[in-house]
Design a protein around this ligand. Structure first.
Ligand SMILES: [Zn+2]
Length: 296
C-alpha cells in the first residue's frame, strides 16, 4: 500500500541489464532515477519459487533501504477456472509466488485469472473465488498474511478479467488487491478511454463497489496499447501518439480524487516512461492545486 502515488517499471529496465546490474542493485538505481516502485517478474515460474530465498531477501532489504515498494507479477501459467488438475497446479504456482513475495516483502502478487474455456461465462468468477479462498487459506497456514493476491483486468476477450469480474472477486475474497491494467481495459473495449470522464467513470465504479480505501490504493499497470477486434495486440511507448490510452487524462483523475496508486509501467522502455508518467502527474497536480499559475 502506497503512502503517495508511486511509479516504477515492470521488471529490470533494459539499460540496467546492459550496465550488468545485479537484482539487488535495482532498487538503488531506481532511486537514482527518482522512481519508487518495482514489479519483480515471476511470470515464467512453475510450482516452486525460482529465486533463492537469500536473493529475494537481499532485494527486499535494498528496496526498503531505497524506499522502493515491491510487487511481484505472478506466473502466466495460472488458470483458476480450468479443469481440476489445471486449477490445482495453478494454486501451487500462486503459492510459490506468494512465498517469494513474502521473502522479498512484496505487498501483492499480481496475476491473471485465466480463461473462460468450457465454463459458462457467468460461472467463471465463482470458480475463481473458490480457488482463491483455498489459496489464501494455504498462504495463511504457511504464515503468509501480509501478501495480497491481485487479480488483474485483462485485455483479450477469452480471458477472465473484465472490470466487473475483478471487482466481484475483490468484493468476495479477503486479502485481495485490485489491479487495474488501464491498457488492457482500453483494448478490451476497443478504445474505451477517450476523455477524462472515461477514466473518472472507472474510478467512481471502483469506489462504489470497493470503497474509498480501495480506490485510493489501486495497483495499476499502464502502457500505450494496440488492439484488434479480439482485444490487446501489443504494448507501445507513451510517445506513440497513434495509440491510447493517454496517461495525462488518468493523471487528472488521480489528482482530482487525491489517489495514491502504485503505477507500474509496462511500455517497452519501462523506467523511462515511468519517469515520464511521474512528471506528468506532478505537473497536473500542481496545476490543479494552483490553477492561476497556468496564466502566469
Ligand atoms: Zn499482467
Amino acid at each position: 500500500m502506497a503512502d503517495r502515488p508511486r511509479f516504477g517499471p515492470a521488471g529490470v529496465p533494459p539499460l540496467f541489464r546492459i550496465l550488468g546490474a545485479k537484482l539487488s542493485d535495482v532498487p538503488g538505481l531506481l532511486r537514482e532515477e527518482g522512481l519508487d516502485a518495482f514489479e519483480y517478474q515471476a511470470v515464467q515460474w512453475g510450482q516452486k519459487p525460482q529465486i533463492k530465498q537469500k536473493d529475494a531477501e537481499n532485494l527486499g532489504f535494498e528496496a526498503r533501504k531505497n524506499d522502493v515498494l515491491l510487487s511481484l507479477h505472478g506466473s502466466y501459467y495460472v488458470n483458476l477456472c480450468g479443469e481440476k488438475e489445471v486449477v490445482e497446479a495453478s494454486k501451487r504456482r500462486l503459492i510459490a509466488c506468494a512465498t517469494a513475495a513474502q521473502w522479498m516483502g512484496a505487498y501483492v502478487v499480481v496475476f491473471h485469472l485465466g480463461f473462460y474455456g468450457r465454463a459458462e461465462k457467468k460461472e467463471a468468477p465463482r470458480n475463481c473465488i473458490d480457488a482463491l479462498r483455498d489459496i489464501i487459506e494455504t498462504m495463511n497456514s504457511l504464515g503468509i498474511q501480509k501478501v495480497k493476491l491481485g487479480p488483474e483486468t485483462m485485455g483479450k476477450h477469452f480471458q477472465l478479467g473484465t472490470l466487473d469480474e475483478v471487482l466481484t472477486i475483490c468484493e468476495e475474497v479477503e486479502q485481495t488487491q485490485l489491479v487495474i491494467d488501464w491498457a488492457h481495459l482500453h483494448a478490451r473495449y476497443r478504445g474505451r478511454f477517450k476523455k477524462v470522464d472515461d477514466f473518472r467513470a472507472v474510478v467512481e465504479e471502483v469506489e462504489r463497489r470497493l470503497g474509498t480505501e480501495a480506490v485510493r490504493n489501486m495497483h495499476c499497470h499502464f502502457a500505450k496499447i494496440e488492439f484488434t477486434d479480439k482485444g490487446e495486440r501489443r504494448h507501445h511507448v507513451l510517445d506513440e501518439a497513434r495509440y491510447g490510452p493517454d496517461f495525462q487524462m488518468l493523471a487528472e483523475v488521480i489528482a482530482e480524487f487525491n489517489l495514491r496508486p502504485v503505477i507500474i509501467c509496462e511500455t517497452p522502455i519501462l523506467d523511462i516512461d515511468a519517469m515520464k508518467m511521474r512528471d506528468t502527474l506532478r505537473k497536473v497536480t500542481k496545476k490543479q492545486s494552483n490553477p492561476a499559475s497556468e496564466h502566469s
